[in-house]
Design a protein around this ligand. Structure first.
Ligand code: FAD
Length: 408
């Protein structure tokens, strides 16, 4: 590889950005990987497990983190976003902004700062359903493995307790935001997705009913390091639900919300239903769907679900959910196959809300749903869920292809 060539900039440190970065660096070209969160791993790192093999997210990510650590060709910056890109293929200039990093890289993650920190914040890793301290480790497997201070909640010098207790002089409450100007040869956009805002779907009552959660929240409810620590608990009374309903296409394939299919929600709900059955074999599960779209190896889940007598697949769109006095939920749908109207009372509802592209405030070509178009200024390469919804294995393949394009 020509050492005089400029590095590649990869924006987004989820599974696709990480894959692109290591593939590029392992053929000898330098990479700058930036991530807006304080840790790498993207959405996958928040999952309980992931299909097709149902291994924990750390499975694939740990290997990649090791590849990053071992490769001096990858420079990564967390809590960092790009504010400007200009130029052309082979010769881009980008401006990066890093939030103030109050905890330095010599942090040993001993946790003393969090022990003495008096301020609490909503834990965004658990979608705000739990709290952690203003000085916090983002999660147990965080990469980089270091604490972070949330300056919206930290009282800085007026408190100073964390500084006093840190044995490594790793805290600087006067840290400022940093601006870096870099020159790169090409840019890979791996900014991924966020969940569609379920509160916009009025008829499904997500905002007002505590026992209605979304599919991404479900992952944190059930994860061993999550909200229920491997138990599924209703928020209203902390009881384990016995009857759980999944609402597919909650907002998806709906002109009023997302007109497209998010590609992964059916497989995700089948995965979730089987996870519940493993934990609570006596639970009753109903999955309301329009069409079941599962591809490749995920067909196996469908067969497993179809053979499970406690899980029923009902072809029918849920039109309405209402809450009862004891915080149960009544779902109303039309069973398309029997032609009958159904009312089903569940203890808990999971909305399979779809994927929307993350925001990236750069002047790039997008489709009408805000996904990046493949065709951009030459040398700018969108990848994986930034261009359309897809699962991890397709994202990894897409990322590998993007690495080759970026090198070329
Ligand atoms: C409920 C649910 C369950 C799923 N379960 C599975 C499963 O079991 N198996 C499977 O194969 N797939 C599953 N998926 C799909 C899987 O989540 C995606 O395939 C995967 O996350 C794609 O990775 P990505 O890197 O493209 O995006 P992401 O995981 O979204 O990562 C993007 C990264 O970019 C960062 N970023 C965003 N904007 C910026 C910016 N402006 N600047 C810097 N950084 C930025 C984000 O913080 C994030 O870290 C599921 C999806 C859903 C909705």
């Amino acid at each position: 590889m020509n050492k005089t060539q400029k590095p590649v900039l990869v924006i987004g440190g989820g599974i696709s950005g990480i894959t692109t970065a290591v593939e590029i660096a392992e053929v000898g070209k330098e990479v700058i990987l930036i991530e807006k969160e304080p840790y790498l791993g993207g959405n996958v790192v928040k999952f309980n497990n992931y299909f097709p093999k149902l291994c924990p997210p750390t499975c694939g990510l740990e290997i990649n983190f090791r590849r990053i650590k071992q490769n001096p060709g990858i420079n990564y910056f967390t809590s960092t976003e790009v504010v400007e890109i200009a130029g052309e293929k082979g010769n881009f200039k980008a401006k990066l902004k890093t939030e103030p990093l109050y905890i330095k890289n010599n942090c040993t993650a001993c946790g003393k700062c969090a022990e003495v920190c008096p301020e609490e914040r909503p834990n965004d890793f658990n979608y705000g359903f739990t709290k952690n301290k203003a000085a916090y480790l983002p999660h147990e497997m965080a990469f980089p493995y270091k604490y972070f201070i949330d300056d919206e909640y930290c009282k800085k010098e007026s408190c100073n307790k964390c500084v006093e207790v840190c044995n490594y002089d790793a805290i600087d409450l006067n840290a400022k935001e940093e601006i870096r100007e870099i020159e790169v040869s090409s840019v890979v956009i791996a900014t991924g997705w966020k969940n569609y805002d379920a509160s916009k779907i009025d008829n499904l009552n997500y905002s007002t009913s505590k026992n209605i959660i979304t599919n991404v929240e479900f992952e944190r409810f059930i994860a061993s390091n999550g909200i229920g620590e491997n138990k599924l608990l209703r928020l209203s009374d902390k009881n384990e639900p016995k009857k759980i309903a999944f609402v597919q296409c909650a907002g998806s394939r709906d002109e009023n919300h997302l007109p497209y299919c998010s590609a992964v929600c059916c497989s995700a709900s089948l995965k979730h239903a089987l996870t519940i059955q493993e934990l609570y074999p006596k639970s009753e599960i109903k999955i309301f769907y329009i069409d079941l779209r599962v591809a490749g190896r995920n067909e196996d889940f469908l067969v497993k679900v179809q053979n499970n007598k406690n899980i029923e697949l009902i072809k029918g769109k849920v039109g309405k959910i209402t809450e009862t006095e004891n915080n149960n939920l009544i779902l109303e749908a039309e069973d398309i196959l029997s032609g009958k109207k159904i009312k089903y009372e569940a203890d808990m509802v999971v909305l399979a809300t779809g994927i929307v592209p993350s925001n990236l405030n750069l002047n790039l070509e997008k489709d009408k749903n805000q996904f990046m178009l493949d065709i951009q200024t030459e040398g700018i390469i969108p990848v994986a869920c930034s261009r359309k919804p897809m699962d991890v294995s397709s994202s990894v393949k897409d990322a590998t292809a993007a690495a080759l394009k970026a090198i070329q």
